[in-house]
Design a protein. Structure first.
Length: 259
């Protein structure tokens, strides 16, 4: 005979109740990443006031609504695009063992984004830079693979995927010693765009690196389609995922591939 389980007033086992509470707190913490302490204090204060006015206990939805502010829901099609894009980055980041994936987000005023870390022991080699290029191009590769067309979401600003990848490929050719033409020359420049505009041969070499990284990212996503599809679906549903949730999907999918 098994011993009776400790239960709360609703009949849920105490351990399950605690797991549920922990999951809610983790989700809220993930949704709140990027906010200041003052922001969170204000959100909690307003949520308590809302609950008090309704003569009820504070709810998860009160806090989540406060985090989201007055932003309208992300349209269905755009939400899928964000989910595919960020899942693509995460799957390739994990496949190339670049480091931990802290969180993924698709419910922001500026679109989707990810928070990732990098293993210090693997940096500064040619392979590492090529892996970085592949990871940066993975969001575009994911859109291309799933939607058959790409958006401007990977470009358009100085901190975009395409901007970072272009600067990285430029530095590989000009300053890091990995160039296919005169690799020993150190030739820095404050404005890579100006150099590229007047050097067609350099443009061709830099673009070839980006094309190779894009093709490689697409290959990784095809080989890990189970993980990619599962992560994109989970991210679409949750809109924000922490490291534990992301890693659970990626490692489970790897076990399925190996079985």
């Amino acid at each position: 005979m098994t011993e009776p389980q400790n239960t709360n007033t609703s009949g849920m086992p105490a351990a399950a109740q605690q797991d549920s509470v922990d999951a809610i707190l983790r989700r809220l913490a993930t949704r709140a990443m990027g906010l200041t302490g003052a922001d969170i204090e204000r959100i909690v204060r307003e949520a308590r006031l809302k609950a008090r006015r309704g003569k009820r206990a504070i709810r998860y939805q009160d806090i989540e609504d406060g985090i989201r502010g007055d932003r309208p829901p992300v349209p269905h099609d755009l939400r899928w695009r964000f989910a595919y894009h960020e899942a693509g980055h995460a799957v390739v980041h994990h496949a190339l063992d670049l480091g931990p994936i802290r969180s993924l987000h698709i419910d922001t005023g500026q679109g989707g984004y990810n928070l990732v870390g990098f293993h210090a022991w693997a940096t500064d080699t040619r392979d590492w830079y090529e892996n970085m290029l592949t990871m940066l191009m993975a969001g575009r590769a994911a859109e291309k693979q799933m939607l058959k067309r790409v958006s401007s979401g990977s470009g358009g600003s100085d901190d975009s995927d395409l901007a970072r990848a272009t600067r990285l490929a430029f530095d590989m050719e000009r300053t890091l010693g990995f160039g296919s033409g005169h690799p020993l020359l150190y030739r820095p420049h404050r404005d890579p765009g100006a150099v590229l505009d007047r050097d067609p041969e350099l443009v061709a070499r830099v673009h070839a690196r980006l094309e190779a990284a894009l093709d490689r990212a697409e290959t990784i996503l095809r080989r890990r389609r189970t993980a990619f599809h599962a992560l994109a679906k989970a991210l679409f549903d949750a809109q924000a995922m922490d490291e534990t949730a992301v890693l659970h999907i990626l490692t489970d999918s790897e076990l399925l591939r190996g079985s």
